[in-house]
Design a protein around this ligand. Structure first.
Ligand code: ZN
Length: 237
């Protein structure tokens, strides 16, 4: 959404969550992530410009249909044991802290053009309604790229490593922070060649493709997050 001209970057919120604003004094643009679960209708953005009164900007949310995908995976990754369920809940709480990262400097407008982190075929797309071993689960919230175990993954933008871990569903995982609530995640990794706090340049290799966590084979799961919401990485390529 265009927020118009202003000397200073306006602030914008969707609910209570700050939204990415890019641009310059000629025109500022709010780049709003909408959750897959968002109902069609009218979206409302709260905007605060320097020296001005806060105001609301509305936008239309149109319906989008996604296909269904059936997958067969290890039964222990669908019907969780009490121990695995407790592990998942601990990891989910930790991931929510990671996802709330909001740092400066904010990315420039041209940062919204990313390079694909590994070459390869996109084996499944964002938004697919997933059925694991016959049971419906959360929709697919990223892009899967087919690549062999060990293939280097490069940063699509400059960023800072904010999390490195090995998680129940996501396997070996790295999160990068690009500023302003724009984050990216890399899952099912075989190797994480980076540490929290490390600065990674665009095009620099920082981890390797694998088949860890809930997978049917080696691939990179790539996620992009805006205002704590997973959005379609294809929009940035
Ligand atoms: Zn995936």
């Amino acid at each position: 959404l265009s927020l118009g001209p202003a000397a200073q970057r306006p602030q914008a919120w969707l609910g209570e969550v700050p939204v990415l604003v890019v641009g310059d004094a000629i025109d500022w643009t709010a780049v709003v992530g909408l959750a897959l679960s968002t109902a069609p209708g009218t979206g409302r953005l709260r905007v605060q410009s320097e020296g001005g009164a806060p105001h609301e900007q509305t936008f239309a949310i149109k319906p989008q249909r996604y296909r269904e995908q059936h997958l067969q995976v290890s039964p222990r990754t669908v019907d969780l044991s009490a121990e695995d369920q407790a592990r998942y809940e601990r990891e989910r709480d930790h991931q929510q802290q990671v996802m709330a990262t909001l740092s400066t400097p904010w990315p420039a407008r041209d940062a919204l053009h990313m390079r694909q982190p590994v070459p390869g075929r996109r084996s499944s797309s964002f938004g697919l309604r997933r059925v694991f071993n016959g049971q419906p689960r959360n929709p697919h919230s990223g892009m899967d790229i087919a690549a062999a175990t060990g293939t280097p993954v490069v940063a699509p933008l400059p960023g800072t490593v904010i999390d490195v871990g090995d998680y129940f569903f996501n396997g070996g995982t790295v999160w990068l922070d690009h500023g302003g609530g724009l984050l990216s995640m890399y899952c099912h990794l075989s190797q994480m060649d980076c540490t929290v706090g490390q600065r990674i340049e665009a095009g620099q290799s920082f981890c390797r493709v694998g088949a860890t966590g809930r997978v049917t084979g080696p691939h990179l799961h790539w996620g992009v997050m805006l205002n704590r919401t997973m959005v379609n990485p294809a929009l940035f390529l």
